[in-house]
Design a protein around this ligand. Structure first.
Ligand code: HEM
Length: 465
């Protein structure tokens, strides 16, 4: 073995980590992920190893300089798609999340534009309309689960953005099946089955894996039927994302196959609404838990001209700070996607050998007191007092794998929040602080947050025209 290889091997050995059995670590990761991260961080610092039964060990990094090195490394430095294998059964091998190299880059270039700039802003009115429809269903003084309502908003929006249709049997069925699929994936038993491949048994509709397989097959049928119809009667004028994907060709002039289209659609449908629903839930929770935050926000909204256009709502500084702080304090994803080192990689004081798996820890980075004094306090003002770099604040990850829906998710959050606050007076129906809890691969607000509508506001000048 060369000296160089010796050094690499020693580097990996020098990364400290819990000595608990891999099974115990995995169970902690599933059932108490924040406790697991905090304990390891306290013991081992900004870079430690984690080891779970059935998975290769990986290194969790929470120092901004190391995160910068990971995010600014060339795309060829890491493999990422392979480590997302937990998503393979649902999303399929052609999902952006499972691709690497040129194909990954090409698909990103195709899928990014609809979620940015003018194309994204065109969804402004739609976001406000969908939000109004959902809040119209709330009954005075009847407690409801906030997350369910927020999921209705985000799911309806992504379906309309992807397919360009609002109503019809297919949309109704798709919504129901996606909700059931997500339920199967994120329930406690579904989450455990996802991490333990030996539990992924099809024991009929009552087992999480059986339910998942059936719902997936039913969703596939609907998606393939939609694709077949569009192939029969093409309409190049449609502006929805499915049409855009169907018109795209690769460098050899080949369009995407039905299976490729299906995998990418499924990725957008699932990644594009679960996370945002939780983010919206947390933001409304914090606003109603902290009256001073709500008052400031209402004051800022009241400063808008009558019937503001959605883009001017999205530019409001305090509203933006509330959304940023929401995604800081309890990030929806605890960590970035896993990056497998392909060639020796210098990061901090370490030289990681090929095969090392690295992840940026969003939760621990966002809890650093040197960046965020009193990190456990919800304080939007911190985002008005200073700017954080793309390596200090990373709710959407970074580098060439940064979330493609980041701008869209923030736009949706701000408009839905402004619409809700301008139409409703809500009361938090929770007696204790709501804490984060695992939901599949992401985190959510435990119990979904109970709220009640105490009055309908009539502040029409706040309602976007
Ligand atoms: C608050 C909402 C959201 C949060 C917190 C979030 C968070 C993330 C994070 C942390 C990553 C991994 C980035 C990395 O490894 O560096 C990611 C990737 C991704 N997100 Fe999001 N996301 C959100 C909304 C969305 C939306 C609305 C969409 C689609 C419209 C979306 C689609 C994706 C896709 C396709 C990837 C994979 C990108 C790639 O591997 O190239 N996400 N997201």
């Amino acid at each position: 073995m060369s000296k160089f290889v010796d050094q690499e091997v020693n580097e990996m050995k020098s990364i400290a980590g819990s000595k608990s059995p891999a099974l115990v670590q995995l169970l902690e990761w599933i059932f108490n992920p924040l406790g697991y991260l905090q304990t390891n961080h306290q013991k081992f610092g900004d870079c430690f190893q984690m080891h779970f039964t059935g998975f290769p060990p990986f290194v969790m990094v929470s120092h901004p300089e190391m995160i910068e090195q990971i995010f600014t490394a060339p795309a060829s430095q890491f493999d990422v798609g392979n480590s997302n294998f937990l998503l393979l059964p649902t999303l399929g091998e052609n999902s952006l999340l499972l691709l690497d190299g040129d194909r990954h880059q090409r698909q990103r270039q195709l899928l990014m534009p609809p979620f940015h700039g003018e194309r994204m802003r065109a969804y402004g009115q739609l976001i406000c309309q969908i939000t109004e429809q959902v809040i119209d269903q709330w009954q005075l003084d009847q407690p409801f689960t906030l997350r369910d309502s927020m999921q209705e908003i985000s799911l309806q929006l992504i379906i309309e953005a992807v397919f360009g249709v609002r109503e019809g049997d297919r949309v109704v069925q798709l919504k129901r099946l996606l909700q059931e699929l997500i339920e199967a994936m994120t329930s406690v038993s579904g989450t455990v089955a996802m991490f333990f491949s030996s539990l992924q048994l099809d024991l009929g509709d009552w087992s999480p894996s059986g339910k998942l397989l059936r719902r997936r097959a039913q969703i596939d049928q609907l998606i393939f039927a939609e694709i077949a119809e569009r192939r029969q009667t093409p309409n190049p004028d449609r502006t929805d994302i499915l049409n855009l994907m169907m018109l795209a060709v690769d460098e050899a002039g080949q369009p995407m196959t039905d299976q490729e289209l299906r995998d990418e659609l499924m990725t957008l449908l699932i990644a594009g609404h679960e996370t945002t629903a939780t983010a919206l839930t947390w933001s409304i929770y914090w606003i109603h838990r902290l009256p001073a935050v709500k008052d400031k926000l209402l004051q800022e909204l009241a400063s808008l001209p009558d019937h503001p256009d959605p883009s001017s709502i999205a530019k409001l500084s305090y509203l933006s700070a509330v959304c940023s702080e929401t995604l800081r304090i309890y990030p929806i994803a605890l960590m970035t996607q896993l990056r497998t080192v392909k060639a020796p990689f210098q990061c901090g004081n370490h030289l990681f050998p090929p095969g090392t798996i690295l992840a940026g820890c969003i939760h621990l980075l966002h809890q650093r007191p040197d960046l965020y004094p009193d990190p456990e306090q919800f304080r939007p003002e911190r985002f008005l007092e200073r700017q954080f770099s793309a390596y200090e604040y990373i709710p959407f990850g970074g580098g060439n794998r940064r979330c493609i829906g980041a701008a869209f998710a923030l736009f949706e959050m701000k408009l839905a929040l402004a619409t809700i606050l301008s139409h409703c007076q809500l009361t938090l129906a929770e007696t204790k602080p709501v804490l984060p809890k695992r939901r599949g691969l992401t985190m959510t607000a435990a119990g979904g947050v109970k709220m009640a509508l105490s009055d309908r506001r009539s502040l029409p000048h706040l309602a976007p025209s």
